[in-house]
Design a protein around this ligand. Structure first.
Ligand code: NI
Length: 138
């Protein structure tokens, strides 16, 4: 953290009490900490609009491992984004949920535009039952 500057914020009473309730529920120890996080989140979300911004993401996929073509395609796609490429698969986690279904969490790092493209590619693969992309600009 750089040099700290103090600012004053004017809020109407009702809004402030709703904010205090919210941050208490979320477990914040102080208003300052909650406001800092809101500012960071806002800035990060703004950067997500820029395809060239750097980001990290986790792609969650639930799929039936009996669709072997999907498994091969997913593995192939991950191997095409290893250390040398601008978009990297930095980790993946595989959990066997039951007899049929697997959960795979694939962590990507690269430019926001590329992450979105690869994630959409994964999420739209035939055989993926459920999927979700969680991305933050760094
Ligand atoms: Ni499995």
């Amino acid at each position: 953290m750089g040099r700290i500057e103090r600012i004053g914020v004017s809020l109407d009473k009702e809004l402030l009490s709703m904010f205090d309730e919210l941050i208490a529920k979320q477990g914040y120890q102080s208003r300052s900490e909650a406001i800092r996080d809101l500012v960071r989140r806002g800035l990060s979300e703004e950067r997500l609009g820029d395809p060239k911004a750097k980001g990290v993401a986790a792609v969650f996929l639930v799929y039936d491992h009996h669709s072997t073509k999907l498994t091969d395609r997913l593995i192939g796609l991950q191997h095409s984004h290893t250390l040398g490429s601008s978009l990297q698969v930095i980790s993946s986690l595989h959990i066997h949920l039951d007899e049929h279904d697997c959960l795979e969490v694939i962590v990507l790092r690269g430019h926001v535009g590329e992450i979105n493209k690869v994630a959409e590619n994964m999420l739209s693969m035939k055989g993926v039952k459920l999927g979700r992309l969680n991305i933050v600009a760094t």
